[in-house]
Design a binder for this molecule. Structure first.
Ligand code: UGA
Length: 434
C-alpha cells in the first residue's frame, strides 16, 4: 500500500523518525507539531536531534514532495485539496506522571482536537508508549464508530532510530478491528519484517514487557558485575560465556553505571504501576529498579575509595554526560545521576561530552561542562568514564596524564584498554573486572 496520505502528530524522536521513514517507503506524510519554530526549522530540513541518517532522510523526502510539516494537528488532517487522510499516528510524549503512571494528557488533547476532523474510515494509531487499555480509552475519547484505533508500538533505539525503523525485528499491530490492523500493517509491507497482528491490549503490553525485560537484563548484569568483583571473576568473561547460549544472546549484556534514557526508567515505573492497579506486586520489576539505584551508588563508592575515602572538595573529571553514546540526549542519564550523588558528597565536577559542548541550565547544574577533555583532566584527582563514546579510547592518554592531579580512571563502561592506560601511567578500574 503506497502513496497513502498519513498524518503524524508529534515530531519528537518517534514521530519524526516515523514520518521520515514512512515517507521514504513511498507514503505521503504530513507531520504536525505545536511548536511553530520547530515546524519552520523542520520545513527547512533542519533536524535538531542527533540521529544518524535522519537529517538526510528528512531533506530527501521533503525534496521528493512526500514529507511536509505543519503547525497543529488540524492542518495535518484537514487539507481540502488533498486526498483524505487514511491513517493518523499519535506520537506525542507520554512522560512519567504522578505515582509512576504514564501521563496521557498529550494523547487526550490530540484526541479532543481531532475527533470531529477525522474522515470516515480513518485509522488512528497509538505509537506512543501507553498503558494497556489506552486504545480502548482513545476510541471512547474519539467517540466515532466510523474510526478505528490501533496500537502499533515502536521499538527503535535513540542513536540508531532510522536503522531500527527500516530494519525492524518485528512489527506489532494490535486492534479489535482486523481490517484496521491489516491496513496499518500494510504500510510497512515493503520492510518484509515479521508482523504480528494481535489485540490492542496485548500490543500495548508488548512494549512495556520488552523494555522492562531489557532493563531487567541490564540490572542482572550490573548486579553480576558487583558479584564478580567480590569473587575475583571477570564480568566480561562471564557474560561472554553466558551469551553463547542462544536463549540468552551476546547483546545487551554490558555492565554500566546503571541504565537510563527517556524510556526504561519511565516504562519500568509505569509497568509497576500498571501491575499494582491490576492487583499484582510485580516485584521483579521493583528489584530491577532497586538494583539500578544500587548500581549508581556503587559507582560513587568506587570513586570515593579511589580518591582516599572522602569526596569533599575533590575535583573529579567526568567523561560522558549523555545516557548512552551516539545521542545528545541527557534525559534520565545515569551519568547525571552519578554526578548528582558525587556532588551531594561535596565533589567538584568538571565534565566533557562530545555531544554536549556546553552545560544545559537546569540539567547539568553542578557540573562545569567544558569542550576539551584536557580541561576535564586538569588537576582532577580521578576521571570517571560514564558514557561509552568510542572516541574516549583514542584520547591522548599520555597528555591527559601530564595535566591530571592524580592519574586514576574509573571506567564504568569497561570501554578503555587497561594496557594503554597503564602505559600512560594511569591506575585503571573497570566494573566487574579484577
Ligand atoms: C530503548 C529500547 O532499547 C528500544 O527498543 C525502545 O524502542 C526504546 O527504549 C523506547 O522505548 O523508545 P533507548 O532508550 O534508545 O531504547 O536506549 P537503549 O539503547 O536501550 O539503552 C538504554 C540504557 O541501557 C542506556 O543507558 C544504555 O547505556 C544502557 N545499556 C544498554 C547498558 O548499560 N548496557 C547495554 O549492554 C545496553
Amino acid at each position: 500500500m503506497f502513496a497513502r496520505r498519513i498524518a503524524v502528530i508529534g515530531t519528537g524522536y518517534v514521530g519524526l523518525t516515523t514520518g521520515a521513514c514512512l515517507a521514504s517507503l513511498g507514503h505521503h506524510v504530513v507531520c504536525a507539531d505545536i511548536d511553530p519554530e520547530k515546524v519552520d526549522r523542520l520545513t527547512r530540513g533542519e533536524v535538531d536531534i542527533l540521529e544518524p541518517g535522519l537529517p538526510e532522510l528528512v531533506a530527501e523526502n521533503i525534496a521528493a514532495g512526500r514529507l511536509e510539516f505543519v503547525l497543529g494537528a488540524r492542518k495535518a488532517i484537514v487539507a481540502p485539496d488533498e486526498p483524505a487522510v487514511e491513517v493518523v499516528f499519535l506520537c506525542v510524549p507520554t512522560p512519567m506522571g504522578d505515582g509512576g503512571a504514564a501521563d496521557l494528557r498529550a494523547v487526550q488533547a490530540v484526541a479532543n482536537e481531532v475527533r470531529h476532523l477525522l474522515p470516515a474510515g480513518c485509522v488512528v494509531v497509538n505509537k506512543s508508549t501507553v498503558p494497556v487499555g489506552t486504545a480502548e480509552t482513545t476510541r471512547k475519547m474519539l467517540g466515532r464508530r466510523d474510526v478505528s484505533v490501533v496500537s502499533n508500538p515502536e521499538f527503535l533505539r535513540e542513536g540508531t532510530a532510522v536503522h531500527d525503523f527500516l530494519n525492524p525485528d518485528r512489527i506489532v499491530v494490535g486492534s479489535d478491528s482486523q481490517d484496521a490492523a491489516e491496513r496499518v500493517a500494510a504500510l510497512y509491507s515493503k520492510l518484509g519484517a515479521p508482523t504480528q497482528l494481535t489485540d490492542a491490549a496485548s500490543a500495548e503490553l508488548v512494549k512495556y514487557a520488552a523494555n522492562c525485560f531489557l532493563a531487567m537484563k541490564l540490572s542482572y548484569v550490573n548486579a553480576l558485575s558487583e558479584l564478580c568483583e567480590r569473587l575475583g571473576a571477570d564480568v566480561l568473561e562471564v557474560t561472554e560465556g553466558m551469551g553463547y547460549d542462544r536463549r540468552i544472546g551476546q547483546t545487551f549484556l554490558s555492565p554500566g553505571p546503571g541504565w537510563g534514557g527517556s524510556c526504561f526508567p519511565k516504562d519500568t515505573h509505569a509497568l509497576l504501576q500498571i501491575a499494582e492497579a491490576a492487583g499484582m506486586d510485580f516485584d521483579l520489576v521493583g528489584a530491577t529498579l532497586r538494583t539500578n539505584t544500587r548500581t549508581r551508588e556503587r559507582v560513587v563508592e568506587k570513586v570515593r575509595d579511589a580518591v582516599g575515602g572522602s569526596l569533599t572538595g575533590k575535583r573529579i573529571g567526568l567523561l560522558g554526560l549523555t545516557f548512552k553514546a551516539g545521542t545528545d540526549d541527557l534525559r534520565d542519564s545515569p551519568a547525571l545521576a552519578v554526578a548528582e550523588l558525587l556532588t551531594a558528597e561535596g565533589a567538584e565536577l568538571v565534565g566533557y561530552d562530545p555531544a554536549c559542548p556546553t552545560g544545559v541550565p537546569g540539567v547539568t547544574d553542578g557540573i562545569s561542562v567544558v569542550d576539551d577533555p584536557l580541561a576535564v583532566a586538569k588537576d582532577a584527582v580521578a576521571l570517571v568514564v560514564l558514557t561509552e563514546w568510542p572516541q574516549f579510547r583514542a584520547l591522548d592518554w599520555t597528555a591527559l596524564g601530564g595535566v591530571i592531579g592524580s592519574p586514576v580512571v574509573i571506567d564504568t563502561r569497561n570501554l578503555l584498554d587497561p594496557d594503554v592506560l597503564r602505559r600512560a601511567g594511569f591506575a585503571w578500574m573497570g566494573l566487574g573486572r579484577s
